[in-house]
Design a protein around this ligand. Sequence first.
Ligand code: SPD
Length: 382
Amino acid sequence: MKKYVYALALSALVLAACGKKEEAPAAPVASSAPAAPVNTEEKVLNIYNWPDYIPEGMIAAFEKETGIKVNYDTFETNEALHAKLVAGNTGYDIVVPGSTFAKPQIEGGMFQPLDKAKVANLKNLDPAVMAVLTKADPDNKHLVPWAWSFTTVGINKTKVEKALGKTPMPENAWDLVFKSEYTSKLKSCGIAYLDSPTEIIPVALHYIGKDAYSNDPADYKLAADMLAKVRKDVRLFSSTMIDDLAGGKACVAIGWAGDINIASTRAKENGSKDVIEALLPSTGALMFADTMAVTKDAKHPNNAMTFIDFFLRAENGAAMANEMNYNSANLAAKDQIKPEIANNPSTIVSAEYMAKMIQPSSWTNEARESMANAYNAFKKGK
Ligand code: SPD
């Protein structure tokens, strides 16, 4: 059908250009403008994203407007998504890797380039964020930012202060999860680590003064040695820190600022008076950007472009911040962000703290494997 429409438009253009010596039989009048390509895909879109990462009602609004039925599944770690992509035939059209993993995924040919002509709202994106993403995706051919935030320490302040007793809060919040003086006290109310090598080893490297994105296995050994000292105090390895903090399984967690802020709201909704907050460690935190990409074997690439364009509307960017506590790269959304969100320094980060933020990078495949070995040995307590 698509080919047919193109062919019709093309023959109309050729005829018009050639001119005619004899009067031809009357033919249907063809416009000289090329016909818009027709989307002949079935009205389905399969999306694979992180949990708790989409404003309520956004999918329903997209389905209502376009008639495209969205199947929406979730994964909890970059490693889990990566394993699916490596295995191939994911069945997903859009996936949302962190930029740290998107780089090797692009290099491995796992994504197809965006059809930018179908995504007019790319114009809304912040050029500064797109410049950062060129580190993973030169020329911005494959990735569209979903949201960004940073990996940090989240606390239930009420419980942490009680467990620390006379010990004052440290100046550097990373001490709460990495220094025995604090972990030995906080284990009573629960310490949770994200359950992923590429979440924990980089923050541990940063804590011991190494490059968070080191590719050197010798550095992983140093990070694992530091981690081993507090292993016995860690209660949970989990990627659901919203429930862990809001539900009281943990009083301190290594987590994502956006999710920690969601935990704060959820605890209040559940009637808790405890204060939950995302801290800004004095030595800096690790910024991350999650990105939409279209899989190389996506069955619905046109529907994917329609969704990406819809997501990039200013009001949807604002909803990411207002409802999900995550930063959007949508510049057009900026003046729709509610004051209470704009004034939360762990959502909308100040320029001063941004200067301390560790920018995302990525690792070689070999380094990731070696990092996973170091992490698994630490987790098993070896
Ligand atoms: N609830 C959404 C969580 C998204 C987290 N992505 C984090 C990637 C950090 N490396």
